[in-house]
Design a protein around this ligand. Structure first.
Ligand code: RNT
Ligand code: ZN
Length: 412
């Protein structure tokens, strides 16, 4: 008997159907962020990263052009299992030397990405880029007291809705458009209300552009603080949840955007009770919103368990969001995306009904013992079987090293 067959029997004894788990996993879509490949720099204006987020490290091989980023993303596609979407930021517009403001972006500036996605059967997601740009004034965009600045960024958001709709139409797959602004203050503000009131008004203006809600799913991402924006962020959790609920858009939670002992895994159930859909940025915060590569760690597994055992694989829209420039970027990308799938598989291999019953019967002794035993069940054999069925090599490191030698290391 091969390892999979044996592992399958062991899981059967625990009441888990591995075939059902593998099937469910192969239907999950993960939206893979484009910005791991080039340290969140993009192609439209060449400004260095700002907005309270930071990529650290200078490992050789950063993608400097759309062609390089596309080639690297192809590697990621080849080395990761499952259904995927490509998640683009507006700053990845391909302008061919044309000077175009972010408020003037049009679908045609993304034609090459649409071609790329269509050729690979990928859906596209999108993000207006409210950072790393000269029109960010005093760390403010949509909440700026300067009407010229605020209006500029409103036009940008509106342009992005039109581009998102184009993505949905061109690929035949709905496009999630996520709004995140870095706006905030380093030190104690004198007025917390006015910037939030302006943000609210700006969002209303962006959403006043007519769009097909079946095609474009607008999400709003909150944040607790950023580097240089430690004391106050305009788009706080309360603001974003309340705004989303009142306007019928979808909340997005990034698990790096809360206080360090606050867990997104504990928030998912509440949002599922009040929202039709919920979006996630899966990342790994290390002491701050550091956006380390996603690992197969406790919190990633716990997030996955909350999605799976609440039967919400079709209601939770999962995207990755991390950027590490201190190691091979393609490896970083692949490791993180694989770990999202891995965590989901782990969650699918839990005897969830049995565990829930133990809780309902207040048998916490058995619950703890069983949850601990499950951690060392033959999970790796099922994972390897999944990779084999998906046609993805188990050893991605060798492939990544070859690519580094042949391609990345030549980018001087
Ligand atoms: C920043 C947010 C945001 C960005 C991307 C690049 O803290 O997490 O989602 O990481 O838009
Ligand atoms: Zn995020």
């Amino acid at each position: 008997m091969n390892r999979y067959e044996e592992a399958k029997r062991m899981y059967e004894a625990l009441g888990v159907d591995t075939e059902a788990a593998l099937k469910a996993l192969s239907n999950v879509t993960v939206s893979v962020h484009c910005w791991q490949g080039d340290d969140v720099i993009g192609f439209d204006c060449g400004e260095s990263l700002s907005g309270g987020i930071q990529t650290t490290g200078n490992y050789p091989g950063r993608a400097r052009t759309p062609e390089e980023l596309m080639a690297d993303f192809d590697k990621v596609l080849a080395l990761t299992p499952g259904k995927k979407k490509l998640n683009l930021h507006a700053s990845y517009a391909i302008l061919n030397g044309e000077k175009v403001g972010r408020d003037e972006l049009e679908p045609r500036h993304y034609e090459k990405w649409v071609e790329y996605a269509r050729a690979r059967g990928l859906g596209l997601d999108f993000n207006p880029t409210f950072f790393a740009h000269p029109m960010v004034k005093d760390n403010l965009t949509l909440s700026s007291p300067d009407e010229e600045v605020r209006r500029y960024w409103v036009r940008h958001g509106q342009a992005c809705i039109r581009i998102s709709e184009y993505f949905a139409e061109a690929t035949g797959v709905p496009c999630l458009m996520n709004i995140w602004i870095p706006d905030g203050y380093k030190d104690i503000p004198a007025d917390r209300l006015a910037p939030r009131a302006r943000f609210m008004k700006s969002l209303d203006e962006i959403l006043s552009v007519p769009y097909d809600k079946e095609k474009v799913i607008v999400t709003l991402e909150s944040k607790v603080f950023g580097i240089g924006l430690e004391s106050y962020t305009v788009g706080s959790a309360e603001f974003c949840l309340s705004y989303s609920a009142s306007r019928g858009i979808t909340p997005l939670m990034d698990n790096g955007h809360y206080h360090p002992t606050e867990m997104v895994s504990d928030k998912i159930s509440s949002l599922l009770l009040f929202n039709d859909k919920l979006a996630l940025h899966v990342t790994r915060p290390v002491r701050w919103d550091s956006d380390h590569v996603v690992l197969f760690d406790d919190e990633t597994r716990e997030i996955a368990k909350e999605i799976v055992r609440n039967d919400a694989l079709d209601r939770v829209l999962i995207a990755t969001d991390y950027f590490d420039a201190s190691i091979n970027r393609v490896s970083a990308w692949v490791t993180g995306v694989r770990n999202v799938h891995k965590a989901l598989l782990f969650a699918l291999l839990q005897p969830n009904e049995k565990l829930k019953a133990l809780q309902e019967n207040a048998d916490f002794t058995s619950l703890m013992a069983m949850q601990e035993e499950l951690k060392t069940a033959p999970f790796g054999d099922i994972w390897n079987e999944y990779l084999a069925r998906e046609g993805v090599p188990a050893d991605y490191l060798a492939a990544v090293k070859d690519y580094e030698r042949d391609v990345l290391s030549r980018r001087a």
